[in-house]
Design a protein around this ligand. Structure first.
Ligand SMILES: Nc1ncnc2c1ncn2[C@@H]1O[C@H](COP(=O)(O)OP(=O)(O)O)[C@@H](O)[C@H]1O
Ligand SMILES: [Mg+2]
Length: 1189
């Protein structure tokens, strides 16, 4: 086993994705990331190689090999030279580089590039792909297939994709299982040979299934003919299958104990030939762990694993069983088991009875006598018992012989059937260890003689052979079962469209000193593969060119079809002859086969035996001593191989004696029932298997058909030396391989032909988006469309050729460019689709949003309006309520106020100033009411007035009208009642007399006041009397009237605004006076002329007033404390007398008429020092009279 398992890409370190190349003992050289970009050494693409000769090609390979550049492109084929050492060519960086750029950038040839192309085709072109790896044994096919598998399993979601994304866990599981299947199958199916330390001893074809994204979803392994003979026999220096060594070296002691094994390899006969072996490249201990891990990954339970190892251990232990010859009574040879303890242990492992196993190994049940209804068409006589001596043969005949078991990989449909009832009965009989005679001839009405079923003892050598058959069967069937289990584990469990990528890794062409049936089969397989590769790369390509009418010079190549036909041709091929011989049975089969072969195939140029050389008649005996006896030689494409026919017939028959099948089936070991189903006595159908050769031919034919249905990719592996050593490049060896692989011819064909051909329809379909003429749809013919398309592309016409139905593209580079154009265009188209879609989606969203917005807005607005309305209503209600409350409150307050007012009205006295307080709001009303009340109480008060009081009132009111706010001394007078007669003049007797004379009975005012002298302003006390008709100035002591001025004569009253008590009464001085005076004077005088109290000259004129008034006196100036009262009363008197009030002049300056002169009175109120408070000072200054207040 190479590496003992390559960790999956996901599980490997980042530096090595597809590493562990089985180049044991060689340390990996770490190259910097993307060392692939190193400067080119030699020619990477040998299409450019000049001159293109075999030597140049090999030299180029060698040059590159020296620099560890193991991959070289040879047209469509990738040439891989086995480096026999680890190279840092498979890191994640490199995977990533090829995964993302391989098709488009021109990276150096690499296995990743090929794998990527296959994977890309699968993904992008939706075509099934197949990677065919071919080459000699040890050339690196298995490694290449493993690398391809590892690459394609990570190509979809990337090397680290599955680890990062949990949704990719199933992919990771599939990937792990597919990758782990390799180490497992290699452990059981690979062995160290002279050619290869990890030589595949079975053919392997894996169909990996991918989903549309290019991620693996499962896979199916098909195995081809395991070289089971290796179980019991190996060439010196070779080894048995790896698992035996792994188990013994790697298993822990408990496991070994439970398997009844010892660690020492020398203890086991089947492994002994492999000693001594240099083990430097194989680490069985480590590989055992890898195998166990693979079993675990693939879902084998711990119990399964133990059962598997039990079978493996049983094989090893069976190999140790020896047989001692014995002699039977009848003189025949028999044998007994030499080492019973081994047998017991085997029985313990397999769960069977030692007796049963012993008899199965040392005896054989056979049919004696003629056989009826032989399935063979061979007219040969019925065979004698194949071996052993008959013992206890009983009477009766059997019409049927019991065939051995079919190899497990053979489809049962290819077996010929014998009478099932017969077989059943035989089985039954054997099961009960009863010898029986079966006579079926009577039942069938046959006239033939019936055969007899007998048990024969086997000789020691026969028993050994029987033991070996059992071991081989056990192991090969276990292997087949493992493949089936692996397929179960990697079965696709996902529904959906799937595409398949096949990876083929069959055993390589091999030539040993001694070549047997296995080598023949292996080389036949390689021959077929070579034929298929040559077909694809050379013949079909050339045929296509010719068919399509492309100018073409044919290239010759070695056509191995005759060799293939020589082997597989029906009836006359080697396999057909072998089949015939196998069916014939009997001793000497191999020699007979060789003789027949010589007869049938002797004429072939590719065949020779000792007795017949190419082109020589088979009768020319002996003519060819170069061929050893019992051998035939074939000229294969890869060289001439001499096969020893020994064992050909037996191996081709591949039968397992029924005794062994039954014994195995009856074991308690759970696997054995599966492995030996034909041992089931209840089986109702038992068919004879087709021969191993025929089966192999059929399955290889199917494999080739499978390959042809897919797009193939070829990897040609080349072995640089036979020593399995790095850095050794044996020119001759490589040149030989280059020659038989037809690499130079392949390049020649490819050089002059085209890299890619495709039908016009498919070409147009794939690239139509690259031209405006063909995009989005083209209605013309496909050829026309293709030519339009190419015209619109920046590619020159020599890159293309137009065939009859296909277009041919010269180079891979052009294909890559076309793909790049397509990719870019698709990106653009995707962008515009995306744009449109996004735009559409955004618009839809916008419209929806707008619609929603409208709905929301209208809902919101109506809600808001409702809310507002509600709010408004509420506010209105509140306002209304407030108003109502306010109104009622105010009314209440008013009522309260009025009620309170009603009880708290002040007194009715008009001078009472009290009034209840009211709220601010009622202040106006309160004021009004107060006024009204005041008016009312005044009115009431007035109502109580008598005439006098009324008059007084009238005087007061008049005083108020005249002086209020005009005269400073007015307020003083308000509270002072206008008594009028302060001197009780009315009671004065004298006055009573006088007043009658002057008709002044109605005294309004009488008091002693100061008359201010006109000349000096001095105060002269006088009695001032005011009657209803006149103003009188009397002497205070004598009561003599000094002046009497009728009220009508007084026209103006002048006062200062100050506090002084000065008043000036202006007396008319006009010429009208006489009349007035006459009227008044006359009456006065007439009255005065009677008994008048008036004295002096004045009184003598009788017109005292008149003359004084008119000539001398002029205006009077008085000073009195009752100035307000006097002026008021005078005012009223004058008003009453004249009908119109006198003028009241309140001023600081006014004129006064002092007789002939006019004096200007000037009042000053300056707080002068010379004037005492409350007093006045009057000074006469010319025509000015200054009154200082
Ligand atoms: N690409 C490679 N890099 C390193 N070693 C390789 C490579 N290919 C093959 N080998 C070595 O060659 C040995 C044989 O390869 P293998 O693939 O088993 O040959 P084949 O399958 O053709 O018989 C491997 O065990 C490994 O040591
Ligand atoms: Mg191999």
């Amino acid at each position: 086993m190479s590496s003992g398992g390559v960790p999956s890409a996901a599980a490997t370190s980042s530096s090595q994705c597809c590493g562990q190349h089985g180049s044991r003992g060689h340390s990996a050289r770490r190259a910097p990331p993307l060392a692939i970009h190193e400067q080119e050494v030699g020619v990477a693409d040998t299409l450019q190689l000049e001159p293109l000769t075999e030597e140049a090609f090999v030299a180029n390979l060698q040059q590159r090999f020296k620099r560890d550049l193991i991959y070289t492109s040879a047209g469509d084929v990738l040439v891989s030279v086995n480096p026999y050492k680890k190279l840092a060519l498979y890191s994640l960086d490199v995977v990533e580089a090829y995964r993302t750029k391989a098709l488009l950038s021109h990276l150096p040839p690499h296995i990743f590039a090929l794998a990527d192309k296959a994977h890309w085709n699968l993904r992008e072109r939706n075509e099934e792909q197949c990677v065919v790896v071919s080459g000699e044994s040890g050339s690196g096919k298995t490694e290449a297939a493993r690398i391809v598998l590892q690459y394609v399993t990570v190509a979809g979601s990337g090397p680290t994709g599955a680890q990062q994304d949990p949704s990719l866990a199933p992919i990771k599981q599939v990937r792990d299982r597919l990758l782990q299947a390799g180490p497992l199958l290699e452990a059981f199916g690979n062995a160290k040979t002279h050619k290869n330390d990890n030589s595949s001893r079975f053919g392997k074809y894996l169909d990996v299934e991918f989903d549309f994204k290019g991620d693996p979803v499962g896979g199916t392994f098909t195995s081809y003919l395991l070289e089971k003979s290796r179980v019991t026999r190996q060439l010196a220096g070779e080894r048995n299958f790896h698992i035996f060594y792994q188990l013994l070296t790697g298993a822990d002691i408990q496991l070994l104990k439970s398997l009844k094994l010892h660690r020492n390899i020398d203890n086991y006969a089947f492994l002994r030939p492999s000693r001594p072996l240099s083990m430097e490249t194989i680490d069985d201990k480590r590989d055992f762990q890898v195998t166990k891990k693979a079993l675990e990954t693939l879902g084998f339970s711990a119990e399964d694993v133990v059962q598997i190892f039990k079978v493996v251990a049983s094989v090893l232990k069976l190999g140790n069983i020896g047989f001692t010859p014995t002699s039977n009574i009848d003189g025949t040879e028999g044998c007994t088991v030499t080492n019973d303890y081994e047998l017991f242990e085997v029985c313990g492992l397999l769960g069977t009875n030692p007796m049963e196993l012993t008899s199965a190994l040392t005896q054989r049940t056979i049919l004696a006598g003629p056989v009826l209804d032989s399935p063979s068409t061979n007219p040969a006589p019925p065979p004698p018992p194949p071996c052993g001596s008959l013992r206890g043969v009983k009477s009766g005949g059997c019409s049927s012989s019991v065939a051995g078991t079919p190899p497990s990989f053979v489809p049962s449909s290819s077996m010929s059937s014998t009478g099932s009832r017969d077989v059943y009965e035989v089985c039954e009989m054997l099961q009960h260890s009863t010898l029986a005679r079966l006579t079926l001839a009577d039942e069938r009405g046959s006239s033939s003689t019936a055969g007899e079923l007998v048990v024969a003892d086997l000789s020691a050598s026969e028993a050994t052979a029987s033991r070996d058959i059992l071991c081989r069967a056990l192991y090969s069937r276990l292997f087949a079962w493992l493949v089936k289990q692996v397929n179960d584990a990697t079965r696709v469990r996902k529904y959906g469209k799937r595409k398949v990528l096949g990876i083929m890794d069959i055993y390589g062409f091999e030539v040993f000193d001694q070549n047997n049936f296995e080598q023949f089969i292996i080389n036949f397989c390689n021959e077929k593969l070579q034929q298929a590769v040559a077909e694809c790369t050379l013949r079909l390509r050339q045929d296509e060119m010719l068919r399509e009418g492309i100018e073409w010079t044919p290239v010759d190549f070695f056509n191995n079809t005759p060799v293939c036909e020589l082997i597989e041709k029906n009836n006359h091929g080697i396999l057909a002859v072998l089949d015939e011989e196998s069916q014939r049975g009997g001793p000497g089969g191999d020699e007979s086969f060789l003789a027949r072969l010589c007869h049938t195939c002797g004429s072939s140029a590719y065949f020779e035996t000792r007795n017949c050389a190419p082109h020589s008649a088979p009768t020319d005996l002996p003519c060819n001593t170069s061929v050893p006896p019992n051998c035939f030689r074939l000229r294969h494409y890869a060289g001439t191989v001499t096969y020893n026919v020994a064992g050909f017939v037996e191996k081709n028959n591949d039968t397992l004696p029924l005794d062994l099948s039954l014994a195995m089936f009856r074991c308690e070991h759970p696997l054995l029932k599966n492995l030996f189903p034909e041992g089931n006595p209840k089986r109702t159908t038992l068919k004879r298997a087709a021969s191993a050769g025929t089966q192999f031919k059929i399955s290889v034919g199917a494999l080739m058909g499978n390959l042809q249905s897919k797009t193939p990719h070829f990897i040609r592996c080349i072995k640089p030396n036979e020593l399995k050593q790095p850095r050794i490049f044996e020119n001759a060896l490589v040149q030989h391989q280059v020659r038989y692989l037809c690499l130079v011819q392949t390049i020649k064909v490819r050089k002059t032909s085209f890299a890619h051909s495709e039908s016009y329809e498919s070409f147009l379909h794939r690239y139509k988006m690259l031209s405006p003429h063909t995009w989005p749809c083209w209605r013309g013919s496909a050829v026309e469309g293709a030519s339009y398309l190419l015209r619109d592309l920046p590619l020159s016409s020599p890159h293309f050729a137009f065939g009859r139905t296909k277009i041919f593209i010269r180079s891979e580079r052009t294909v890559s460019e076309l793909e790049e154009f397509r990719r870019q265009r698709l990106e653009d188209l995707a962008a515009s689709v995306q744009k449109m879609w996004r735009g559409y989606r955004c618009r839809q969203r916008y419209l929806l949003m707008r619609q929603s917005q409208i709905v929301i807005a209208s809902a919101w607005r109506s809600w808001r309006a409702r809310e507002e309305y509600r709010e408004l209503k509420r506010r209105k209600q509140i306002e209304w309520a407030v108003q109502v409350i306010q109104t009622h409150y105010l009314q209440w307050r008013r009522r309260q106020y009025l009620q309170r007012l009603c009880v708290s009205l002040p007194s009715d006295s008009p001078v009472c100033r009290e009034w209840p307080m009211a709220a601010k709001r009622l202040a106006d009303a309160n004021l009004m009411l107060r006024r009204m009340h005041h008016k009312w109480r005044c009115h009431k008060y007035r109502l109580k007035f008598d005439q006098t009081a009324r008059n007084r009132m009238r005087e007061k009111v008049t005083a108020s009208i005249i002086f209020k706010d005009r005269k400073a001394s007015y307020p003083r007078s308000v509270s002072h009642p206008f008594l009028g007669d302060y001197v009780r003049l009315r009671q004065n007797v004298q006055w009573k007399k006088i007043c009658v004379e002057t008709n002044d009975q109605y005294v309004v005012f009488a008091d002693i006041i100061n008359k201010i002298t006109r000349s000096s302003g001095k105060f002269v006390p006088i009695l001032f009397v005011l009657s209803t008709s006149s103003m009188l100035i009397l002497d205070q002591r004598t009561l003599q009237i000094k002046y009497r001025v009728p009220a009508t004569e007084i026209y103006r009253l002048s006062l200062s605004p100050y506090l002084d008590d000065v008043a000036i009464f202006h007396i008319k001085a006009s010429c009208e006076l006489p009349n007035l005076a006459h009227e008044a004077g006359c009456s006065d005088c007439s009255r005065a002329g009677g008994s008048s109290p008036l004295q002096g000259a004045e009184h003598a004129t009788g017109c005292l007033f008149q003359s004084d008034l008119g000539k001398k006196k002029g205006d009077f100036v008085f000073h009195t404390g009752h100035v307000i009262e006097i002026v008021t009363k005078l005012f009223l008197v004058v008003q009453n007398a004249v009908g119109k009030p006198p003028e009241v002049n309140i001023n600081t300056e006014f004129e006064a008429n002092f007789g002939s002169q006019s004096v200007m009175f000037s009042f000053k109120c300056a707080g002068l020092p010379e004037v005492q408070p409350g007093q006045i000072k009057i000074m006469r200054k010319g025509s000015r009279m200054e009154v200082l207040v």
